[in-house]
Design a protein around this ligand. Structure first.
Ligand SMILES: Nc1ncnc2c1ncn2[C@@H]1O[C@H](COP(=O)(O)OP(=O)(O)OP(=O)(O)O)[C@@H](O)[C@H]1O
Length: 634
């Protein structure tokens, strides 16, 4: 089961209690003063209910009953106390208004902070996290989980606290009036609690299933949306629909069960309240009539009123517990994301710009700290060396075996090999998306583990097979490579990337807004923009994953020219899917099953008559050109 989906049992287990504690701490940290005011308002609101009910006893015994025996009753004292009673309830209503408003605002604040914290933390997570969790799942933290949490902090939690406070105060007031009647009510209450507990634990279980089904459905819908073209191309619409129906059905069943239980709870508990009321009235009447307890008419009326308000919080507590339990599932998933370990970085070597005094060209230096606190400088050149590199994504399933090679600054290196051989994995090791198991990788003879990750990544640019464009103008998308690039530099990068022609045909040229990951552009055009983006970053090392997507021959030529331009004067590691593009590479490395099995230039490898020779002949269906293009260097 994947991390994001690992929802644990939702009974109020230790884990759940810890989540609740952590959440309460978070709420407290957000606005302690307002939280305190809300707490006081909850107490005032509960007090007004109790005092109002107790007033009923005084009202009946001291003001109404004596009036019955008076020939000319004076209603003024009665009106006075009635007004006082109204005053008490008004104060209670104001207090309720205050705490509900405060909690609603507080909930928004908590939600805002959590979203912010989640997004900030997400930026620090290693690529591994995104490789191992699907986007739908991660997205649902920002939508469902946060929403249920908002509901909980804004409504369920304050209502729950208010119900508990009411419950305690009402209980005290009931004992003051009659301990016998209170004991009787408590006995009935205890039986209700047992029933409620059974129901809520069942419903908690179903809510967990519901959240999980929702995550599955979201994940699937997202996957189908992003892969919609592939679904259509392979005519898998029916299967996609059938799978969706399956997930939708299980969501329906799970939410049916969860909500069925939740809606079942309210009437059951409501009726328990009525039962309590009737039984208390009968029992209280019997006590009074049988003179078994000193109960006045006022006592009985106030007690019945209290027992009414006593059963209400019970009904509410159980409902609110349901929402809280449901929100805790979301909170647990959010905290699980926040607890994901950030990418660690022990690198101390950094990059620093320097201007070459002779050429006035901007250059970069590695700044290497020394034990005595001083630093030494080393020019950034772009020499890459792998020594005996082993790597596994998952422990026990090794992908790279003893990979060693050297690419000098300015050289072109190309990786070839069957699909899944490990070409992309080799290049991913250089920017430390993953850590190698053993061996070393050096950049300008510096172990990359000693270089700060941000600076290491700054020292190279990647043009991926699947380009990603952000919503924004063409300018913005190219500038993503270097945020301080001027418009003129962007123009030059676009020229280098052969992208100017097509950009000028767009409605607003460089200011045309691109949406939907550049959906309105062709695969080749998207590739050219991503080449321009890499060109503007202008690092000495380029990693190029050649596009496998079918682009027409003319565009392919343009992309190739753009790539060649990009490689000029730099070290390049390219993953070649078409052998025709790598004749003039300085080193061609043949990868098979995670091992480097042959290396050399085109002529050397052809002369070996090994795997490369075979691949080359196969790619021309045995009709390889007899004259092999001569090796050229830039
Ligand atoms: N994130 C990952 N987690 C686990 N295994 C992975 C991951 N990425 C790749 N692999 C596995 O590593 C192996 C090498 O994959 P890699 O993408 O490096 O091959 P490749 O030679 O670049 O293939 P292609 O030419 O198809 O792009 C494959 O078996 C692949 O399934």
């Amino acid at each position: 089961m994947r991390n994001g989906r690992a929802i644990k049992s939702l009974k109020l287990t230790k884990d759940n209690r810890n989540t609740l504690k952590r959440l309460l701490k978070l709420i407290f940290k957000t606005q302690p003063v307002w939280l305190f005011i809300a707490g006081v308002s909850i107490i005032i609101s509960a007090l007004s209910t109790v005092i109002g009910s107790l007033f009923l006893k005084t009202l009946i015994d001291k003001y109404i009953t004596p009036l019955i025996h008076q020939a000319t009753p004076n209603f003024n004292p009665l009106i006075r106390v009635l007004l006082m009673m109204v005053g008490i309830y008004v104060i209670g209503a104001i207090a309720t208004f205050i705490y509900t408003q405060i909690m609603a605002i507080l909930a928004q604040r908590v939600q805002y902070n959590l979203r912010d914290e989640m997004f900030t933390h997400m930026q620090t997570l290693p690529v591994k996290y995104f490789d191992n969790n699907d986007y739908g799942d991660i997205m649902s933290h920002y939508t469902n989980d946060i929403d249920t949490l908002l509901q909980m902090v804004g409504q369920s939690l304050p209502q729950f606290l208010s119900s508990i406070t009411n419950f305690i105060m009402v209980l005290i007031a009931m004992v003051i009036i009659s301990w016998e009647l209170t004991l009787f009510s408590l006995a009935i209450f205890a039986s209700s609690i047992i029933i409620i507990k059974t129901l809520t634990s069942r419903s908690g279980h179903y809510f967990t299933l519901q959240q999980k089904s929702l995550g599955d459905l979201d994940g699937y819908a997202e996957e189908m949306l992003t892969g919609q073209k592939v679904v259509k191309v392979f005519s898998h619409e029916k299967e996609a629909e059938a799978n969706f129906d399956k997930l939708n059905n299980s969501l329906e069943t799970d939410s049916g069960n969860a909500n069925g239980f939740a809606t079942l709870l309210f009437p059951i508990i409501g009726n328990l309240g009525d039962l309590l009321y009737v039984l208390t009235a009968v029992f209280g009447g019997a006590l009074a009539v049988g003179h078994l307890a000193t109960l006045t008419l006022g006592d009985l009326a106030a007690f019945l009123q209290l027992s009414r308000t006593f059963s209400q919080p019970i009904a509410q507590i159980s409902m609110q517990l349901n929402s809280i339990v449901q929100a805790l599932a979301g909170a647990q998933r959010i905290f699980a994301l926040l607890d994901q370990e950030s990418e660690t970085d022990n690198g101390t070597i950094t990059l620093q710009p320097a201007t070459d005094s002779a050429t006035h060209r901007k250059q970069w230096n590695w700044v290497i700290p020394k034990p005595d606190g001083s630093t030494s400088l080393l020019p950034l050149e772009g020499k890459i060396t792998y020594s005996h590199v082993d790597f596994s994504y998952v422990p026990g399933k090794q992908i790279l075996f003893d990979v060693s090679f050297n690419v000098n600054a300015g050289q072109k290196a190309a990786f070839v090999g069957e699909t899944g051989a490990g070409k992309t994995t080799i290049t991913d090791m250089l920017n430390r998306f993953y850590e190698i198991d053993s061996g070393t990788i050096t950049y300008d003879d510096l172990d990359i583990r000693n270089i700060k990750k941000a600076d290491l990544r700054h020292a190279m640019a990647i043009v991926l097979q699947d380009t990603h464009l952000f919503t924004g103008t063409v300018n913005d998308n190219i500038r993503y490579g270097r945020l301080d690039a001027t418009d003129e530099e962007i123009q030059q990068a676009a020229d280098l990337a052969q992208a100017t022609d097509f950009i000028n045909q767009l409605p607003d040229k460089f200011n045309t807004v691109i949406t939907d990951d550049g959906g309105s552009l062709s695969a080749g055009q998207r590739q050219l923009l991503s080449i321009a983006r890499a060109a503007i970053a202008d690092p000495p090392v380029m990693i190029l994953d050649e596009a496998t997507s079918s682009i027409d021959t003319q565009t392919e030529k343009t992309v190739q020219t753009a790539m060649d331009n990009l490689m000029k004067g730099r070290t390049s590691l390219s993953i070649a899917h078409r052998l025709s593009t790598i004749y003039n590479a300085d080193i061609i490395m043949v990868i098979s099953g995670g091992k480097l099995i042959e290396s050399g230039n085109h002529q050397q490898l052809m002369a070996q008559h090994g795997k490369y020779y075979q691949l080359y002949m196969d790619s021309f269906n045995g009709n390889a050109p007899t004259a092999i293009p001569p090796k050229t260097t830039n």
